[in-house]
Design a protein around this ligand. Structure first.
Ligand SMILES: [Zn+2]
Length: 264
């Protein structure tokens, strides 16, 4: 009897999986076409999913709705595809023996980096996450010697850190001379607004998300430079490709369109 129940349960689970796969494939029919290319899942689409909602910035409710934003296959957003396209454009054929440290890794990146041959890849997060193969690492106290990594990837992490300069110094310490750190945060204009006295609710109204510690501006470059980095600023305008609609604009795209390419 128990065996029969197990068999029936396995048949039902299998049928559910097949139905989910069929439904997902059917959903993708809505996005058929060739206008957009997702480099992360290597597929073309006629359009992408919309994203964004209204949230507060500097006390004002701002609509962040963006058409053609999220890949319907892998779920990557514009900034992920932009940064991925930038890395592909920069490295071309990826060199062997690269050591990579990646903070709060985005799923599509992890699979890509892990597939590269002869690469020493460490994905890490503040929270323990062994099921994803991540090391538990505090960015304020990185447990690796100085000059350890050729490439450090840190996307949308620093805005969550109260003492971001200390984190930046740690990134610089761990990077090898000649290595590169790719750092990205949401950018709102030229000048950073940072008030350590704000509580969670006040930060939600000022920064959109209570977990964010500040509104970063392009002057983050000066902070990166003060930690010893040689910094180049790149935007989506510098990285051509069908990974986004370059003619579109929205507060969401504006805040996600930059990356800092930091050398040591
Ligand atoms: Zn994709």
């Amino acid at each position: 009897m128990l065996q029969l129940r197990r068999t029936l349960s396995a048949i039902r689970a299998n049928a559910r999986q097949r139905y989910t796969r069929f439904r997902d494939r059917l959903q993708l029919l809505k996005y058929l076409g060739t206008r957009f290319y997702c480099p992360m899942c290597d597929r073309r689409f006629g359009r992408l999913k919309s994203s964004g909602e209204a949230y507060y910035l500097r006390g004002v409710l701002v609509d962040h709705a963006t058409a053609n934003s999220v890949c319907p296959q892998c779920g990557s957003g514009i900034r992920h595809r932009f940064i991925f396209a930038f890395l592909q454009q920069t490295y071309g054929a990826w060199p062997a023996d690269l050591s990579i440290l990646h903070f709060a890794p985005e799923p599509g990146f992890v699979e890509f980096f892990q597939r590269l041959r002869n690469v020493r890849y460490i994905g890490c997060d503040l929270q323990p996450c062994p099921e994803r193969g991540l090391q538990q690492v505090d960015i304020l106290d990185i447990p690796y010697p100085e000059n350890s990594f050729d490439l450090i990837v840190c996307i949308h992490v620093l805005e969550h850190i109260r003492d971001d300069l200390r984190a930046i110094r740690e990134l610089h310490r761990c990077l090898k001379p000649g290595g590169k750190a790719l750092i990205a945060v949401p950018i709102y204009g030229k000048t950073t607004f940072d008030d350590p006295a704000l509580d969670f609710e006040q930060r939600r109204l000022m920064y959109g998300i209570g977990d964010h510690m500040r509104l970063n501006g392009l002057d983050l470059q000066a902070k990166l430079t003060s930690a010893g980095f040689r910094v180049q600023l790149f935007s989506t305008d510098d990285v051509p490709g069908d990974y986004m609609d370059h003619a579109a604009s929205s507060p969401h795209i504006d805040s996600d369109k930059y990356l800092f390419w930091c050398g040591k």
